[in-house]
Write a protein that binds this ligand. Structure first.
Ligand SMILES: [Zn+2]
Length: 116
């Protein structure tokens, strides 16, 4: 079963953009630039649980609508229809995920990154 299945699209942003860059917790590399369209998204819990490696449900995420908002990010190989996001420099992660069914949505778990 796809973790993406049946989740639909997030609604209008309720909160604005990130004012600070999002950094890798391990090496401090900038993962995401300030000002990207983001909002804390409480979605895709199945994928979040998968990213957490079992039972660790990450509830708050940045939703990124444009891949070019990322400054430094790597992707794992596909796991089903999900790619996990990792730090491009040190490969710490997963810090979030991207569903291949929804090409304009990238999720970054707040608990997995640092903020500048
Ligand atoms: Zn890193």
């Amino acid at each position: 079963l796809s973790p993406c299945h049946g989740q639909g699209h997030p609604r209008q942003p309720q909160t604005g953009r990130n004012l600070r860059a999002v950094l890798c917790q391990r090496c401090g590399s900038r993962v995401l630039l300030p000002g990207a369209l983001l909002l804390p998204a409480m979605r895709k819990k199945a994928a979040a649980a998968a990213a957490g490696g079992g039972g660790d449900v990450l509830r708050e995420h940045w939703l990124v609508r444009d891949m070019f908002s990322f400054e430094n990010v790597g992707f794992t190989r596909d796991v089903g229809n999900v790619k996990f996001l990792v730090c491009a420099d040190c490969e710490a992660g997963p810090i979030g995920w991207h569903c291949l069914d929804d090409k304009d949505s990238f999720y970054v778990a707040l608990e997995r990154v640092a903020h500048e």
